[in-house]
Design a protein around this ligand. Sequence first.
Ligand code: CAA
Length: 286
Amino acid sequence: MSAPEIRTIGVVGLGAMGAGIAQLSIEAGYETVGREVTDELGEKARDRIAHFLQRKVDKERMTADERFAVLERLALQTELAALSDCDLVIEAIVEDLEAKHALFAELEGIVRPDAILATNTSALSVTEIASAVSTPERVVGMHFFNPAPLMPLVEIVRAELSSDDAVDAAYTLGERLGKKPIRCHDTPGFVVNRILIPLLNDCIRALDEARISPEELDTAMTAGAGWPMGPCTLVDLVGIDVHVHASEALYEKLREPRIAPPPRIVAMRNAGLLGRKSGRGFYSYD
Ligand code: CAA
């Protein structure tokens, strides 16, 4: 296949990551179709994006007219069929292989044969996701980091059957979105999570071993290791459920004890202490 020129981007799933990716897309000038399962969830994502763009206006990094024009580029839809004209679709739905298979199989029947299908999965295999379609050469990983509008990296993941054209098109798009893309292969956790997940789990184990508080651990890693954000603040931001799920998925594949989620954080997930999104994790939020 030869990759199309990217003019219109689809984003499926407008949670924290999908909304961030849609924000990047409209700010970079792309007509963007954002798909959520209900109008309410779509509106919530638009409000979130509108809020962060307003902060840019407040800080004089964008004019009110520019903000208006940027928001105009986002079309919210609940029907997948609305993605038929997209040159590239980025999937950012729940981290569940069956759900992703169903979505990719349906998308394949909707988009043009040359459209690229990208997944923002952080812990599943892009190759396994691509196995749901009859044209796996058009499937690549585009793994953004949380919060997507602020974190510069995007991992461009080559699955076993990805074409060079699809990988190159995703890389070029990453650059046009203002990111620093890196190319990597489809290995568990890709590059950053392969390193960061065991490290964060070690941090959580140190809480109990060193008998310190989350505040003290965060101070240790920001003031002693130069991290921009302490590990407890970071896991609260990413979502305790997301972190536990990613740890379990990587542990299943790599079987390294450090990757397994510590019991403390599994208990937090089971108790509904999910971090920022639930109002309470290691810290409490208003
Ligand atoms: N979306 C869009 N805009 C946002 C935002 C978001 N989620 N969060 C903040 N902003 C905007 C806000 O408008 C904010 O300004 P105001 O507070 O005045 O409104 C502006 O960005 C700047 O925000 P901050 O002052 O909080 O920025 P900062 O300089 O403190 O940096 C940070 C924030 C970039 C997140 C920094 O703390 C950092 O690098 N933290 C580490 C994050 C990290 O490691 N992420 C990776 C997580 S792992 C992962 O993502 C992998 C995975 O697969 C799950």
